[in-house]
Ligand binder design. Structure first.
Ligand code: NAD
Length: 286
């Protein structure tokens, strides 16, 4: 057991609400912080939806009203000082804007108790981009979750050279306590483990199709049949949704930008955005 008992999550959007709910579901007291009442109202709706999803997806322990029960362990707040006053761990899941993260950590560093650990869920920023704003670089690191954390339960833990190893170990253990499979990363790496593997893989698939070497379905067939993997790269594109890969690729080198353009004209512009829209590389309408 770690010394972490009370957790505050900053930002109650897509990931923040999942992190807060999963943490409460695992028995911790949670404060969910967001900037205004409108955001907190949305959060209440998201949390209620998550309680239903846990039951629908048969998450272990969600039966017999336990998912609903965990809602009672979440307190909502739009006052940062109040939200963090008792926190042992603050997990930050606010928008991916460096200046916003820095100013939030600067304020947080002044308001949180001295012992409080800060963890960022940032997907694309390195913790060392942010650490100086925290005023406590030894107690700051990244704890990176995947979307739909109740199913895709990796938690990548990545510190900076200033992170206290004891803090790192505590966060690795905490990740297990909330039902995640922790992935300790020994030094800073943009993309952590998952995206360091996934992004080049998806780019390679896009190159094969966009440059006319092979059809997406045949690329997927090759990958599935020859490796035994359950999904090919274009099925993965469809699950992620095509907009996020498009945004990432449009900031890449010239070749990658060309694939981004292909994704846009052939799929996104036609409304083929992936599984969620009913059609992407494959048709899901039936
Ligand atoms: P989101 O836009 O869905 O939610 C952001 C939330 O932060 C909103 O509720 C917003 O009101 C709130 N917010 C804005 N300013 C704030 C502030 N100053 N203090 C506190 N809250 C504030 O974003 P998201 O997709 O949940 O992403 C949040 C973070 O999680 C990002 O760093 C992102 O890189 C990371 N992440 C996202 C995903 C994903 O699939 N969406 C996966 C892993 C990590």
């Amino acid at each position: 057991m770690t010394s972490i008992k009370r957790v505050t999550v900053l930002g109650t959007g897509v990931l923040g609400s999942q992190i807060a709910f999963q943490t409460a579901f695992s028995g911790f007291d949670v404060v969910a912080y967001d900037i205004n009442d409108e955001a907190l109202d949305k959060a209440r709706t998201r949390f209620a939806g998550l309680a239903e999803t846990y039951v629908a997806d048969s998450v272990a322990g969600a039966e017999n009203g336990k998912a609903q029960e965990s809602l009672g362990r979440v307190r909502f707040s739009r006052d940062l000082a109040d939200a963090v006053k008792d926190a042992d761990l603050v997990i930050e899941a606010i928008p991916e804007i460096l200046d916003l993260k820095k100013s939030t950590y600067a304020e947080l560093g002044k308001l949180a108790p001295e012992h409080t650990i800060f963890a960022t869920n940032s997907s694309t920023l390195l913790p060392s981009d942010i650490k100086d704003s925290t005023g406590r670089a030894d107690k700051f690191l990244a704890l990176h979750f995947a979307n739909q954390i109740w199913k895709f339960n990796t938690a990548e833990v990545m510190g900076t050279s200033d992170t206290d190893p004891a803090v790192f170990d505590t966060v690795v253990e905490f990740a297990s306590e909330i039902g995640m499979v922790p992935v300790p990363i020994h030094k800073e790496k943009a993309g952590y483990v998952l995206n360091s593997l996934l992004v080049p893989f998806l780019n390679a698939a896009a190159e094969l199709a966009a440059d006319g070497y092979a059809e997406p379905a045949d690329v997927d067939n090759t990958w599935r049949i020859a490796t035994g993997a359950p999904m090919g790269p274009f099925q993965i594109f469809d699950v992620i949704g095509l907009t996020t890969p498009y945004n990432v690729m449009s900031h890449g080198d010239e070749k990658t930008k060309k694939f981004a353009e292909w994704l846009k004209t052939e799929y996104i512009d036609k409304g083929y955005l992936g599984v969620a829209s009913g059609r992407g590389f494959y048709d899901y309408s039936s």
